[in-house]
Design a protein around this ligand. Sequence first.
Ligand SMILES: Nc1ncnc2c1ncn2[C@@H]1O[C@H](COP(=O)(O)OP(=O)(O)OP(=O)(O)O)[C@@H](O)[C@H]1O
Ligand SMILES: [Mg+2]
Length: 228
Amino acid sequence: MISISNLTKTYNYKKSNAFTALTDISLTVDDGEMLVIIGKSGAGKSTLLHIIGCIDTFEKGEYTIDGVNVHKLSDRALAKLRSEKVGIVMQDFALVEEYSVIENVKIPLYFSKKKKGSANALALAALEKVGIKELAKKPVNKLSGGQKQRVAIARAIVNDPSFILADEPTGALDTKTSSEIMSLFKLLNDEGKTIIIITHDPEVAAVCKRQIEISDGRIKQDEEPTEE
Ligand SMILES: Nc1ncnc2c1ncn2[C@@H]1O[C@H](COP(=O)(O)OP(=O)(O)OP(=O)(O)O)[C@@H](O)[C@H]1O
Ligand SMILES: [Mg+2]
């Protein structure tokens, strides 16, 4: 379970150009939930996702993952927690363009305890799950947007994390590819993964019951619409 209470994030903290991107955020996400974060550009969505994914820090408040206080961990312990629990699909994919598909998917395994010998098998299994196993050896810079998105998802799931965080995973995709990617997230959710997706797309948002709206760095709305 993810639990955030009264969290505030200020970029350039204590400097003249300090900017508070998140204010007094409180949020809990139970295991197995699938939810979307919506809100205008600059609202603080990516900032929140990066904090949830333990790749960014914060100044005030508390954040625990499965009862572990993230703020109190050493860098090493935090890296371990991140590698075990979190898979992130970044807004711009963040793939290594000149690497092949499988090399990209294997990246998180270098930081985990999983044996080197099994890295290929794990990466191929992740690629199979996202439906592009046959592209394993292709260079990433030769792929379409939808294929790159699948590579980014394969890389996020290769370590078998509990949480999958995705920043605008369908932002650059056509409607058909977008709904295929959403089906993939649904499948992962059905398998028990907790999924948090940032989106601007109402159709993507509609797939998830719980929608959290961020406005000017605050939670404006957090709702689970009642079934009709
Ligand atoms: N590294 C940084 N240093 C200073 N300010 C930043 C930094 N990163 C983001 N910001 C600011 O924090 C605010 C929130 O940014 P964030 O990227 O979280 O927005 P967002 O909701 O993800 O927007 P978008 O929908 O455009 O991706 C913005 O005003 C942005 O300019
Ligand atoms: Mg963003």
